[in-house]
Design a protein around this ligand. Structure first.
Ligand SMILES: Cc1cc2nc3c(=O)[nH]c(=O)nc-3n(C[C@H](O)[C@H](O)[C@H](O)COP(=O)(O)O)c2cc1C
Length: 260
């Protein structure tokens, strides 16, 4: 059993990149992916248990809340969380705090990956992709130092009640939005989209992706398609993709990544 466990959800790789960066500074860490039900829910032997995740629609992505509720943590363990967001933080940190009782939390604004709604350049304060990555690296260093030293946050994460309402409404949008997925002639039938979909919602028929309705809106398929052949409505045809440059599609399909 590793000394530390970081539970991570990531749609386009930025949170996974950050979790890896924190883990490499802590050493001896298992990163457990939460894109599907986590492979390991018994974290009772870990000294430190962390959560790294993005804000989705004012709340937690996909089924993360349900997954966090299933995790068992030892009473004396140190618990921390880091949230990425583009323009506003939502209520995700508060929800995690309510479930596990956080000792330490932190936040960082990154570019938006919800490109059917906002262009990715939306970031607070606005910045280039390179600077956004440098900011993630600096924040990961700050978090790792605090977590190593078992630092405690002075305040609890804010509740943001309005965003809890948005969160409920936002998660109901995705099944309807799946009708908007299109696949262009650029598709080479490589199957990356089907392998990466956290819900198993994409199947290949005649070497072309077909979308079901069990979608959580992560856009991993669209962001990691090597030919940019997948779109959600007309708007994404014009918008630049923004997967994390240090994360490969295959990394997101792992269940546990161990960092020495
Ligand atoms: C479906 C979806 C919803 C999002 N909703 C919000 C939001 O409500 N507020 C916000 O500031 N950023 C929002 N974002 C932006 C992400 O929080 C941000 O881009 C994050 O860095 C993505 O991390 P990841 O690459 O690990 O998935 C959203 C992104 C997606 C894909």
């Amino acid at each position: 059993m590793s000394e530390n466990i970081i539970y991570c959800y990531s749609g386009s790789g930025h949170c996974l990149n950050m979790a890896k960066s924190i883990a490499s500074r802590l050493g001896d860490t298992d990163i457990v992916l939460m894109r599907a039900f986590p492979e390991k829910t018994d974290a009772r032997e870990a000294k430190r248990v962390g959560f790294v995740f993005p804000c989705y629609g004012g709340g937690l992505p996909g089924h993360v809340e349900e997954y966090v509720r299933a995790i068992q943590i030892a009473p004396g363990a140190y618990k921390f969380a880091v949230e990425q967001f583009a323009g506003y933080m939502g209520c995700g940190l508060h929800k995690i705090d309510e479930i596990v009782g956080l000792d330490y939390w932190n936040l960082i604004s990154n570019h938006s990956t919800c490109i059917w709604l906002m262009p990715h350049g939306l970031c607070f304060p606005p910045t280039s992709k390179e600077e956004a990555q440098a900011r993630i690296d600096r924040k990961a260093m700050e978090v790792a130092a605090a977590v190593k030293a078992f630092e405690r946050s002075a305040k609890k994460p804010p509740e943001k009640k309005l965003f809890a309402v948005e969160d409920r409404f936002f998660s109901q949008l995705h099944p309807k939005r799946t009708k908007k997925f299109t696949v262009s002639d650029a598709c080479i039938g490589c199957g990356t989209c089907a392998r990466i979909c956290p819900r198993g919602n994409i199947t290949l028929q005649d070497k072309k992706p077909r979308f079901g309705t069990d979608c959580i809106g992560c856009l991993s398929c669209l962001q990691f398609c090597p030919k940019e052949a997948i779109n959600m409505g007309k708007v994404t045809e014009k918008r630049e993709r923004f997967p994390n440059p240090h994360v490969k599609a295959l990394d997101l399909t792992q269940k546990i990544i161990h960092i020495e």
